[in-house]
Design a protein around this ligand. Structure first.
Ligand SMILES: NC(=O)c1ccc[n+]([C@@H]2O[C@H](COP(=O)([O-])OP(=O)(O)OC[C@H]3O[C@@H](n4cnc5c(N)ncnc54)[C@H](OP(=O)(O)O)[C@@H]3O)[C@@H](O)[C@H]2O)c1
Length: 375
């Protein structure tokens, strides 16, 4: 009955379903499921970037379209999206992007069909195929949202670990945490590392990596659930920046001062943290989420005195700087995950159509750990 409804919805006459080329209908549940999958892959769903964001992203900034999947050309690969990432960078990077195109972003996908020598049916990949359920692309010409050519990466065997981790601890956020901390902050055992946005995809990993390197760790986040999680991960001090006076808490709980600051947030709170830094402190400026939705740049107390007086070094970065060393970060993080020294948490929203909602939620701080959508 269910199968008939699906066939009817696809326009295939239910009485002629046995004649669909390449499809044999058996009575088992498995063959019914495969047939439904075969039929549903005739079309692909896309979320189009329809309107530039004005303040917070809104559901009406996106448009859902369904299109027939075209025939594959030489050099192209057809994928089936399994998980799609929602990330704060989408907000600032969207500025200036043309409208009417598929929303950009990374996904974990499976190869359905391939006319490219480096991809074969059944491979799992992570790549910037955007917000689409069954994207087709030529991997050699695929651009990342940051404007560089970036081929989808065929994933190694994740053993028992979930494939979705390729969007989190074993992917871009994991490498952001690893390289941003180790290369720019260069923490030494015994030093104190402070992290803002500490319960997010990147921040939660930075704190744990710093602990693995023998540092004391201070995490700044909002909401009890997040602070409790950070404490369970071994963070030495946690501060709720909305409920507590950050300056006072740092004075009380971190009298030794801060040697490294991994800043995901920016704004007033970061100015406060900088005023607690030690001589020759290092700051990795990873993100500025405090201002992403702002219509005018938020004002914060000036930081130059703290920078000069303590001879601080601040450096902004894009994780793509380490594309040439990508696997080094992934393998290091995978090792820690396997040893139980790098915990991950995923905040999964179910359903492709929920992508806009999931993005809006992550910008509001709804997610604990890595936010993603299971397609
Ligand atoms: N440079 C790079 O290459 C690179 C790569 C990846 C990410 N990033 C940046 O790194 C940051 C973290 O990314 P992510 O993937 O970890 O994001 P995430 O998982 O969404 O975490 C970001 C956290 O920021 C906090 N936040 C939101 N609005 C805030 C505000 N106005 N003030 C203070 N905190 C706020 C929220 O936590 P609370 O509820 O605790 O406030 C939220 O959970 C972002 O700024 C992102 O753009 C940079």
């Amino acid at each position: 009955m269910m199968l008939r409804r699906v066939l009817a919805a696809t326009g295939v006459p239910t009485h002629s379903c046995c004649m669909i080329p390449g499809v044999r209908i058996l009575s088992s549940h498995y063959s019914r499921t495969s047939l439904i999958r075969t039929l549903s892959t005739m079309t692909t769903k896309k979320l189009i970037f329809a309107k530039h964001f004005d303040g917070e992203p809104k559901p009406s900034d996106f448009k859902l379209v369904e299109e027939k999947i075209p025939a594959l050309k030489n050099g192209e690969v057809q994928f089936e999206a399994l998980f799609i990432s929602v990330d704060p960078y989408m907000r600032p990077v969207s500025v200036g992007k043309p409208l009417g195109h598929k929303m950009f972003g990374a996904q974990v996908a499976r190869v359905v069909e391939s006319k490219h020598p480096n991809y074969k049916k059944g491979d799992n990949v992570v790549g910037y195929m955007g917000w689409e359920t069954h994207p087709i692309c030529n991997p050699d010409t695929l651009e990342s949202p940051f404007g560089a050519l970036e081929k989808p990466l065929v994933l190694p065997d994740f053993k028992k670990l979930p494939l979705s981790l390729a969007l989190g601890v074993l992917g871009m956020p994991g490498n952001t945490a690893f390289f941003g901390l180790t290369e720019l902050c260069q923490p030494k055992a015994g030093e104190t590392v402070c992290i803002s946005g500490a319960a997010g995809a990147v921040g939660s990993l930075v704190g744990q990596i710093a602990k693995n390197l023998g540092c004391k760790v201070v995490g700044i986040a909002n909401k009890k659930e997040k602070l409790d999680w950070l404490t369970s991960l071994g963070f030495d001090v946690v501060i709720d920046y909305k409920e507590e006076d950050v300056d006072k808490r740092l004075t009380e709980k971190v009298p030794q001062g801060i040697d490294c600051y991994f800043d995901n947030v920016g704004g007033e709170m970061s100015s406060t943290v900088l005023s607690h830094m030690n001589m020759f402190g290092r700051v990795a400026v990873c993100g500025a989420i405090a201002g992403y939705n702002a219509k005018t740049p938020p004002l914060a107390p000036m930081v130059q005195s703290a920078i000069v007086m303590n001879q601080l070094r601040l450096e902004g970065f894009f994780v793509q700087r380490w594309l040439g060393r990508w696997n080094e970060g992934i393998l290091k993080n995978m090792g820690w995950v396997q040893e139980g020294k790098l915990q991950f948490r995923e905040f999964v929203t179910e359903g492709f159509e929920k992508l806009p909602e999931a993005l809006i939620g992550t910008m509001r701080g709804d997610a604990v750990g890595k936010a993603l959508v299971k397609v």
